[in-house]
Design a binder for this molecule. Structure first.
Ligand SMILES: O=C(O)CCC(=O)C(=O)O
Ligand SMILES: [Fe+2]
Length: 343
């Protein structure tokens, strides 16, 4: 029996979902008073759970389905082709099975690499983009396979753009939830934020070995993460009472969680909640994680509305680029120097 079951909720507790559903329909349509209403729900979810579902989010179901088909087509490519676009220093490209280990996790002592393979993309920058030519950190072009399946690239990029638009609207809602003007974070996300998508494939874990996860318990290093799943289960979320909860799939919604960057910006008043995956479903599992992150040059300084006598400043200002690179180095084996990787 694995961790999520050992320390899981009872059947009855599991049936009452602690993760709220926030309906974005009125807010996205710009109806009067809707931003304040949605922001209030978001504040509660961020302070108490760190996870929430969004419904009426405006991303067409068809785009989501096409993105999943594109991901499956990618992962079905010959290994040789996938390995020809191995993940680079900016974490863009193909991450082979067992290529990451959630070593920086303070949630759980993780000792085994994660049983998943992933394909990471970002803005689809052209090869002659000035930042690509200059080799600026976190400003890569995407790495596409040499002979991509028919509409794979188009489907992935359309999904990226649609979810990016939604993520930007959520950033404004987060600002409002923190009693800040809705455009508070805009400058930090301008000029191509460091948003990335991870198309993940988890093979079935037939034998559940001790401490073996599809994705070991971790918190995300993002500002926020928008997760698309299918009916194949595997994800568990650690609630504030320490128990692991299996978030049910709610058709037509995305599951969203806050990451370490937003926690830091909120002066640790918002949660970045631990979660992980064990794929004991007996089937292949695919999920798509969109990580919304600020621009590499953004400086993360705790917001003034969350610095009080009871909650003095918890973090010094930090450059997002430095925080991102430190996280990559700690958790991705290809980012480690040879001595650290044990090679
Ligand atoms: O596959 C999932 O359901 C979760 C993925 C995840 O937590 C991550 O990639 O950070
Ligand atoms: Fe995650």
């Amino acid at each position: 029996m694995h961790l999520f079951k050992q320390q899981g909720l009872s059947g009855e507790e599991q049936s009452r979902t602690p993760i709220p559903v926030i309906d974005l329909g009125r807010y996205l349509a710009g109806e009067p008073g809707s931003r304040e209403a949605a922001a209030a729900e978001l504040r509660r979810a961020s302070e108490e759970v760190g996870f929430f579902y969004i419904s009426n989010h405006g991303v067409p179901e068809e785009l989501v389905e096409r993105a999943f088909r594109a991901s499956q087509a990618f992962h079905a490519l010959p290994m040789e082709e996938k390995l020809s676009i191995k993940v680079n220093e900016n974490n863009i490209g193909y991450l082979p099975m067992a290529g990451s280990l959630a070593a920086s996790s303070t949630v759980h002592k993780n000792t085994k690499p994660n049983l998943n393979e992933s394909f990471f993309i970002t803005h689809d920058r052209p090869a002659d983009h000035p930042d690509v030519i200059a080799g600026k950190p976190l400003r890569s072009a995407n790495q596409w396979p040499p002979s991509p399946p028919a509409t794979m690239r188009e489907d992935m990029v359309s999904y990226y753009r649609a979810v990016h638009g939604l993520a930007d609207r959520l950033v404004a809602l987060f600002a409002a939830s923190l009693d800040l003007p809705p455009d508070w974070f805009d400058a930090s996300f301008a000029n191509e934020s460091n948003a990335t998508i991870r198309f993940i494939h988890y093979p079935p874990q037939d034998v559940i070995e001790e401490n073996q996860f599809g994705s070991a318990p971790h918190t995300d290093n993002s500002f926020l993460t928008i997760l698309a799943r299918t009916e194949v289960p595997g994800l568990a979320v650690r609630l504030t009472n320490g128990k692991w909860f299996i978030p049910p799939l709610i058709p037509g919604t995305f599951l969203v969680n806050l990451g370490n960057i937003l926690r830091r910006w909120s002066n640790d008043t918002y949660l970045s909640t631990p979660h992980g995956v064990v794929n004991d479903s007996g089937k292949d599992r695919y999920s798509i994680a969109f990580f919304h992150n600020p621009n590499p040059q953004a400086v993360i300084t705790p917001v003034p509305t969350r610095v009080t006598a009871e909650q003095p400043v918890q973090h010094e200002p930090a450059l997002y680029l430095d925080l991102a690179l430190a996280f990559y180095r700690a958790n991705y084996l290809h980012q480690k120097r040879p001595a650290e990787a044990g090679a």
